[in-house]
Write a protein that binds this ligand. Structure first.
Ligand code: ZN
Length: 277
């Protein structure tokens, strides 16, 4: 990979109010509309708005690639991920690890995508800029992103992907914009209070290769969901979490087979669906 002149990459300092939230499952109270479409964490939204305004004054238009290229929910990131990556091995394909297993990119022509929950799009801090590599726009970005707390992350593959890095201390240009426009933190008292921080990931029940029960998670639960989707019993997302929708689907499937009640996916169910240990 050759060197590029937009290689400014700064580590992300997360805003304090993201503590205890799960990527892709942010409370609506922390999100605000992004100029041009979609939503961002409120601090990133302010920094983005300030940057868009300055660009406009300089004769450069900035907007997101699409509304889906700002904050992404876990489910929308998962849907996009499953369109581009598969579990069946493809020799030479680039890979991502998700739910503890390797996924293979279906075609080299597809753009790479972070596994669900691992992208700054899931924290509301990243925005993909429409035609960012267009020379005039890129030149403007190189000269200005730093002033608004943004930096690149994936160099040199993703000139469009910017994320807000400055946490609760936005740079002066953003502070000035916030003052001018009366932008303040959302009133989410309980959200930022001194409540003990929740673990960033739910503790997954250990999957020992045996029966699957509500509360379990992992690749075999995802496979269970896939098989039940194919048979028309499950209509939720393939997230590998055995939640209420999965429970309902297992119960309905068992009833249809006369396997008896209860939410457990035992040996008979797993064999029937081709899910190994
Ligand atoms: Zn991006």
């Amino acid at each position: 990979m050759g060197k590029v002149d937009w290689d400014y990459v700064k580590p992300v300092t997360q805003p304090r109010d993201l503590k205890g939230t799960q990527p892709g499952k942010l409370p609506e109270s922390l999100l605000r509309p992004a100029v041009g479409g979609g939503k961002l964490h409120w601090l990133a939204a302010a920094a983005w708005a300030a940057m868009v305004e300055k660009a406009k004054a300089d004769g450069v238009e900035l907007k997101p690639v699409s509304s889906g290229d700002t904050y992404r929910s876990f489910d929308s990131q998962l849907a996009a991920f499953r369109q581009r990556y598969q579990k069946e091995p493809i020799p030479g394909a680039s890979t991502r690890t998700f739910q503890g297993v390797k996924w293979y990119k279906k075609s080299p022509k597809l753009a790479s995508l972070a596994a669900p929950g691992t992208s700054q799009h899931n924290t509301g801090l990243a925005v993909d800029v429409h035609t960012a590599a267009e020379p005039k726009r890129l030149k403007w970005l190189i000269a200005n992103v730093k002033d608004f707390g943004f930096s690149w992350e994936v160099v040199p593959e993703e000139p469009w992907h910017l994320r807000y890095c400055d946490g609760d201390n936005p740079p002066p240009a953003v502070k000035a914009y916030m003052e001018k426009n009366g932008i303040t933190a959302p009133a989410v008292g309980a959200q930022t209070a001194s409540a003990p921080a929740a673990p960033s990931e739910p503790v997954a029940a250990k999957d020992d290769g045996g029966d699957l029960d509500p509360g379990d998670s992992g690749p075999r639960v995802a496979k269970l969901q896939e098989e039940l989707t194919e048979r028309g019993f499950y209509k939720g997302s393939i997230d590998g979490d055995f939640g209420p929708k999965t429970t309902d689907a297992v119960v309905a499937f068992k009833q249809s087979k006369g396997y008896g009640a209860g939410p457990r996916a035992g040996k008979r169910v797993l064999d029937e669906l081709g899910i190994g240990a």
